[in-house]
Design a protein around this ligand. Structure first.
Ligand SMILES: CC(C)(COP(=O)(O)OP(=O)(O)OC[C@H]1O[C@@H](n2cnc3c(N)ncnc32)[C@H](O)[C@@H]1OP(=O)(O)O)[C@@H](O)C(=O)NCCC(=O)NCCS
Length: 161
């Protein structure tokens, strides 16, 4: 693998990524979670990873307008041919450094409890799942049933930075 370079997204990156995420997520139909607006309005807090001229990873997130000390990561993905080589960690750590310098002290990310890779990744990255009232053990992880809609269970991960 040649050297991976991180840069800010531009709007033109949307086409490739929206066409890649279903494959990158193992065939789950998730591209509707990545509309173009992420590449229009959140480029200042998001990241693209490139290997040469090929996009091999991305992170889209933002600093909460309502909670200025909190940032939210909406989606992270790495090319299946570049997994478990530290790229997801690199994207998260760059995001942490970036938002910490702007006053953020806490980062939140939400995932489906059945996405075992995502759950393991977030735990490895120092995130803890909310386990208070309203959570149940789903797929082995505390999660909120019907969090986003009926049947859309979610783990609410957070960590201090
Ligand atoms: C989750 C994902 C981004 C991880 O990317 P990656 O480049 O493989 O991650 P890294 O190599 O940087 O791994 C970071 C940590 O997560 C752990 N991890 C990554 N994949 C894992 C897996 N499948 N099982 C267990 N742990 C895993 C690593 O062990 C590593 O821990 P360490 O640094 O303490 O050794 C990648 O698997 C992916 O894109 N999956 C599909 C999309 C998805 O589910 N995104 C998350 C929900 S938005």
């Amino acid at each position: 693998m040649s050297e991976i370079r991180l840069r800010r997204p531009i709007e033109a990156d949307h086409r490739f990524l929206v066409g890649s995420v279903d494959d990158w997520w193992g065939g789950r139909k998730l591209h509707m979670l990545l509309p173009r607006l992420w590449f229009q309005h959140f480029t200042g807090t998001s990241w693209i990873a490139e290997d040469g001229d090929r996009i091999v990873g991305f992170l889209v997130g933002f600093i909460s307008p309502d909670r200025p000390d909190e940032a939210y990561i909406h989606m992270v993905g790495t090319d299946p041919n570049h997994r478990t080589a530290g790229l997801g960690r690199t994207l998260y750590e760059r995001f942490f450094d970036d938002v910490r310098a702007r006053g953020v002290r806490r980062v939140t990310a939400i995932t489906w409890p059945g996405n075992r890779t995502s759950v393991a990744f977030h735990r490895a990255m120092g995130f803890s799942p909310a386990d208070g009232g309203g959570t149940q053990n789903l797929y082995g992880t505390p999660a909120y049933p019907d969090y986003d809609a009926e049947g859309d269970d979610r783990v609410v991960f957070s960590r201090e930075i």
